[in-house]
Design a protein around this ligand. Structure first.
Ligand code: ADP
Length: 763
């Protein structure tokens, strides 16, 4: 114990350890099994879960086998009809009971989380656990309202949910609460490093009297996760690395399993000269250093305006040196332990490489003693290609580069494959919102960072995944509609190219592709015969040209909804004046064109009720360039019903029409030519659908794909999309384009991605 005068001299905090007695008493060196069908099972083959701060073993955990996963899925399957048939109110009561019990055990959950993950108790106690509780309360509400607010929708059935180690309990809550509220049953696979709070949650399910099999928890490593992905589930919700996300995208292709992926990020933290620099420094502390850099959306790339860079770096370094690294259970610890040695080695590996590539590392000394600790660090003098600027570090190390103009800031911010989050610092609200509109990120915080709420959508763009968690958007991820109820679509027969002699003259008389607002002969000039007409045999090259043309038409995504509506009304009018194809189908297509034109300025975003002194906007943004493989059936109506909502929302499209009956689509060029649709907004490429769909799926500049095609084409499109992880909407059954299903809201929902923008206020 220091004397009073020594303490005054040091001005340091004394130790303030949180008691681990209750947690240790609960653990008692236990060997855990799984939680299946309402019961804790006997342990199987086990592995240790250890405290990363001390290296000591906390408990033995069962490595889930395929048979364990199958038993859990079977229990969930059996429980599903009963759970879905409960009234929303009854389900709400169960969720409410879980929330209450979790709240009662807040302290135990927080201590266990800090023991198992190594994060400071301050974080688990003040952030993770209260937010998890909030999720159950919020979703108890959704259970009550689901029938009212989501008419015509039903739960998927059984959901497999795979969780990472950075927010073990919070991620469980994010996934389990909405799934149950919507009427699904679940099988959860916690991360092998951090299974303890999930196992405590299992006990809560028993205590809350949740019907057996509604929640099942199977522990184990990636093999258990892979078994769950392969099992007979109806949906997979995954949070983890982009690499595993790709594997899961491929593994679920063609299975009709719904999929949401919340993956990695390399989020920009943009500091303008007008920023409150001290607040921005605290933002870095909050975003990256306090939580060991383990928040996947943390702003791990600092972009600071050159004129204030020196001042900012000086303050950042000074603050960095005041951070307290150490025992996660100490209430005055800022930075705890890194989850395990593997992760620590990874962090060090990237930092070493960054330094080898010329970066300068500023870091507090590495402590001696046991446990996997990584002191906070700052990398400067980085080139844009330095590994620290491109790879996710997932540790308390930030990379810093400078920019001069707002335009350059946006360019640097978007110079990444990811698009999870962004944080923008400036006291100039006009500039902040301008940058928010331009960054490609699912969540944008202005003068803040890492703010979450159950009623704010969260999720990424680009290679950060797709689907949203939280709020109404998050509920939609756990509900589905049965709209395509027709027979399975059949593959289109291979088109037979025109005989060799039919080239030249004959080709000039064939119809043409429509690319960039002009008629184009296909690359290579080939055509195929269909119903007495010669139509172009488009190829991969034509798709690439079309995507390029669509890319150039970016202005369409920026004009107002009103302007787009006007253009689309005029287009609809012109369509009415051009009888194309079957008369009845044409008449309906005209009506549908007006219908989607009407939506162009009405599919609004939302303002969510979240935390005090924040406006939380959920904006509906177009994807940019979309690929559409239009249905074979209803060649004109199917095309209009899919292309129009996509462009009404501000997308530019490359559409592959019906292969057997492409003439009405190709004849649309006359309508497009005589209207005001800018060139490149609609591009039409006919030809072998399988090959063209494949090219769209692989293309990095196609941000989303709709594929109304046979199962094989759809499966392949899903597999090929794993490269850039675009959302792919596949529909293998025919839709009744003539009925209400032909103008479902689903088309609008699938044509946009939500960007959540947090705007704080306070005079
Ligand atoms: P991290 O780098 O955050 O550990 P991972 O993507 O490796 O991210 O792990 C996230 C979760 O995915 C963990 O629960 C892990 O066990 C699980 N997982 C790992 N490999 C697979 C796989 N092939 N299929 C399904 N789940 C997996």
């Amino acid at each position: 114990m220091p004397t009073v005068s020594e303490a005054l001299e040091l001005m340091d905090y004394g130790p303030a350890p949180e008691s681990t007695a209750a947690a240790m008493d609960w653990l008692k060196g236990r060997t855990f099994g799984h939680f299946i069908n309402g019961k804790l099972t006997k342990a199987g083959e086990t592995f240790a879960t250890v405290s990363p701060a001390t290296g000591t073993e906390l408990a033995q955990i069962t490595q889930g086998t395929e048979a364990d996963v199958a038993a859990a899925v079977k229990a969930a399957r059996k429980a599903a009809p009963g759970w879905a048939a409960l009234s929303g109110h009854d389900r709400a009561r169960h969720l409410y009971a879980l929330a209450r019990l979790m709240q009662k055990r807040e302290r135990l959950f927080a201590v266990l989380e800090s023991l198992d993950n190594g994060k400071p108790i301050r974080e688990s106690r003040d952030i993770d656990v209260p937010l998890a509780v909030r999720h159950f309360y919020h979703h108890a509400g959704w259970a009550e309202l689901v029938a009212d607010d989501f008419p015509g929708m039903r739960p998927h059935g059984v959901c497999g949910q795979i969780i990472p180690w950075n927010f073990p309990l919070l991620m469980l809550a994010w996934k389990v609460a909405p799934a149950l509220a919507a009427g699904n049953t679940v099988v959860v696979k916690p991360a092998e490093q951090t299974p303890l709070t999930a196992l405590l949650f299992a006990e809560l399910c028993i205590e809350a009297g949740l019907p057996r099999g509604v929640v099942n928890i199977v522990t184990g490593d990636g093999r258990t996760g892979a078994a769950l992905v392969a099992a007979e589930v109806d949906k997979i919700a995954f949070t983890g690395s982009t690499e595993i996300g790709r594997l899961i995208r491929r593994a679920t292709a063609g299975s009709a399993k719904a999929l949401t992926l919340e993956l990695g990020g390399k989020s920009p933290f943009i500091v303008f000269a007008e920023a409150d620099l001290d607040a921005a420094v605290e933002g870095v502390v909050d975003a990256i250093w306090f939580n060991q850099g383990e928040v996947c959306c943390a702003g791990s790339r600092i972009l600071v305006q050159e004129s204030v860079a020196d001042r900012f770096v000086t303050r950042l370094k000074a603050r960095m040196n005041t951070l307290r690294l150490g025992d996660p259970l100490d209430k005055s610890t800022d930075i705890g332990a890194v989850v395990d040695e593997v992760q620590l080695t990874r962090i060090r590996g990237i930092v070493d490489q960054a330094v080898a590539q010329g970066a300068v590392l500023h870091q507090a000394p590495i402590p001696n003693g046991p446990g996997s600790f990584c002191p906070p660090g700052l990398l400067t003098d980085l080139g844009a290609a330095n590994i620290a600027m491109t790879e996710e570090i997932f540790g308390p190390i930030v990379s810093l580069i400078t920019f001069r103009t707002p335009g350059e800031a946006v360019e640097l911010a978007n110079n990444t494959r990811y698009g999870l989050a962004a944080s923008i610092w400036t006291e100039n609200i006009t500039a902040a919102l301008d940058i928010a509109a331009q960054v490609k990120a699912g969540v944008v915080w202005i003068n803040g960072t890492n703010i979450f709420d159950a009623n704010a959508p969260f999720g990424g763009m680009r290679e950060s995944g797709f689907g949203r968690e939280g709020a109404r958007e998050g509920m939609l991820a756990y509900l589905t509609r049965d709209e395509a109820t027709g027979p399975l679509r059949k593959p289109a027969a291979a088109p037979s190219p025109a005989p060799a002699g039919a080239s030249g003259d004959a080709i000039d008389r064939t119809r043409k592709l429509y690319i960039g607002g002009a008629q184009k002969r296909p690359d290579g000039g080939a055509s195929y015969a269909v119903k007495g007409a010669q139509v172009p045999l488009g190829s991969r090259k034509d798709i690439r040209n079309a995507v390029e043309a669509a890319h150039k038409a970016g202005g369409w995504s920026k004009v107002t909804g009103h302007n787009r509506a006007q253009v689309l009304y005029f287009l609809a009018e012109n369509l009415a004046a051009h009888p194309i194809g079957d008369a009845e189908e044409h008449a309906l297509a005209v009506q549908r064109a007006f219908y989607w034109a009407a939506w162009a300025d009405k599919y609004d975003g939302r303002v969510h009720a979240t935390q005090s002194a924040h406006v939380t906007l959920a904006l509906k943004e177009p994807f940019g360039v979309m690929g559409i493989v239009a249905p074979e059936e209803a060649p004109l109506l199917g095309l209009v019903s899919t292309v129009f909502p996509a462009i009404a929302m501000g997308n530019r499209v490359v559409v592959v029409p019906s292969q057997a009956n492409p003439v009405p689509a190709l004849d649309l060029y006359q309508v497009l030519d005589t209207s005001d649709v800018p060139g490149g907004v609609v591009n039409i490429v006919t030809g072998p659908r399988g090959e063209l769909a494949d090219t769209l799926a692989k293309h990095d500049d196609v941000a989303a794909l709709w594929c109304f095609a046979d199962p094989e084409t759809c499966r392949n499109a899903e597999i090929q999309s794993a490269g850039n992880l675009k959302p792919v909407w596949t529909e293998t059954r025919e839709r009744d384009w003539h009925g209400p299903a032909g103008q479902s809201r689903e088309f609008l929902r699938r044509a946009v991605q939500v960007k959540t923008v947090w705007v704080p206020y306070g005079a």
